[in-house]
Design a binder for this molecule. Structure first.
Ligand code: ADP
Length: 369
């Protein structure tokens, strides 16, 4: 009796300790699994079940039976082997879990060899920390892709501009032929203009992504805006032998919107229409529509295949067609246009037929303030 009594507080101490531990790990947002020295689960929390996509007890199960884990080369990883081979605390960011329905998550896994257990009867084991890092990974991948696309896109115009400027220098030092110098400088100038346009796009993009774009509303005369755009883009259309014209409804009223963003969206459509059209015409239209104005940019160019029509508003998407690849671009223009249209509470739609041309439509409402 005396023995039993003196043993009781010790047992309840251990039970209390375990309870505290369980409630502590259950309150963690990360998945936690403790495994014994042969890699069987002894303790886990709800977050771990969530990450493994399981809803039954995993106590006593070997680690490698919990979920199919694969590495960055899609090769299966034996989780038990991986854990048992771990001698020092280790963390891994390149593993993924493949669920039965085929979907994948990126897994952060930290493995720490520890002494497990409560009170005196501790045994050797491992504590695993699991976290779904799919979102961080996709942001990382997006950032890497962004840097690689941008550096590639910057390199080409810089190389051409640099080449032309050094050519102009050489010609100036040798023959001094003014026409050739002018020609080289014009080409360099074009590239610098392209670069500055791209940097503007990037600045707009970065502000749009951070939700820092404010809409400054003013009364916009669509008639003047279209005529202005017509004047600005006439030379580049003519250079390609294209007809650029406008059809503006006579009864247009002023609309309250951001002239800057409206102009940017239309400029995007027009530069694309010129880029992706080799012969024929580009028509800009504006007509009244439900308390706002509907603008269209209609081209007779290469058109966009059905499959690509959904993708062209995605960040960095560029058509696979060799005719697209032959043109400079970052695949950001329409993505930005879509963001700006949303800010203006407008809508963009597209009608296109491969090899027959495209029509980009923008509806912009008149905002109240
Ligand atoms: P970029 O022109 O820099 O590639 P955009 O976001 O402006 O980027 O356009 C994305 C893609 O949509 C282009 O790469 C092209 O494949 C397609 N596209 C856009 N406008 C047109 C058009 N008027 N005619 C044909 N294809 C177009």
């Amino acid at each position: 009796m005396a023995d039993l009594l003196s043993a009781m507080p010790a047992r309840s101490e251990a039970a209390l300790e375990r309870e505290r531990l369980v409630s502590l790990i259950n309150s963690m947002a990360d998945g936690v699994i403790a495994a014994d020295e042969i890699g069987r689960v002894v303790l886990y929390n709800g977050a771990a079940l969530g990450i493994l996509d399981l809803n039954t007890s995993i106590s006593g199960l070997p680690l490698n039976s919990l979920a199919p884990v694969i590495d960055k080369n899609n090769q299966p990883v034996d989780l038990s082997q991986l854990v048992l081979a771990t001698k020092l605390p280790t963390s891994l960011r390149d593993l993924r879990i493949k669920y039965p329905d085929g979907s994948l998550i990126n897994l952060y896994l930290s493995i720490a060899p520890v002494r497990l257990g409560f009170g005196q009867s501790g045994m050797k084991g491992y504590v695993l920390l699991l976290r779904d890092i799919s979102r961080e990974k996709s942001l990382e991948e997006e950032r890497d892709e962004f840097i690689s696309v941008i550096s590639h896109e910057l390199r080409t115009p810089i190389a051409i501009a640099e080449g032309n400027i050094s050519n102009a220098e050489v010609i100036a030092g040798k023959t001094g032929n003014i026409d050739q110098i002018k020609d080289a400088l014009t080409q360099a100038h074009d590239q610098i203009n392209f670069l500055s346009g791209m940097i503007n796009d990037l600045a707009t993009l970065s502000r749009a992504e951070r939700g820092r774009l404010s809409v400054e509303v003013e009364a916009v005369n669509a008639y003047d805006l279209i005529n202005d755009l017509l004047k600005n883009y006439q030379p580049s259309a003519e250079d390609k032998g294209l007809v650029l014209r406008a059809e503006i409804a006579p009864n247009l009223e002023l609309i309250k919107t951001s002239k800057l963003y409206l102009r940017e969206i239309l400029q995007n459509f027009i530069t694309n229409a010129i880029k992706y059209t080799d012969k024929g015409s580009i028509t800009l239209t504006a007509s009244p529509q439900q308390g706002g104005i509907q603008f269209k940019v209609v081209d007779t160019g290469m058109g966009i295949g059905h499959q690509d029509q959904e993708k062209i508003f995605n960040k960095f998407f560029r058509g696979e067609d060799y005719r697209t690849k032959g043109q400079k671009g970052t695949g950001l223009g329409l993505y930005i246009a879509m963001k700006l249209a949303k800010l203006l509470r407008g809508q963009i739609s597209l009608q296109s037929e491969l090899n027959h041309g495209s029509t980009f439509t923008l509806y912009v409402p008149s905002l109240s303030s």
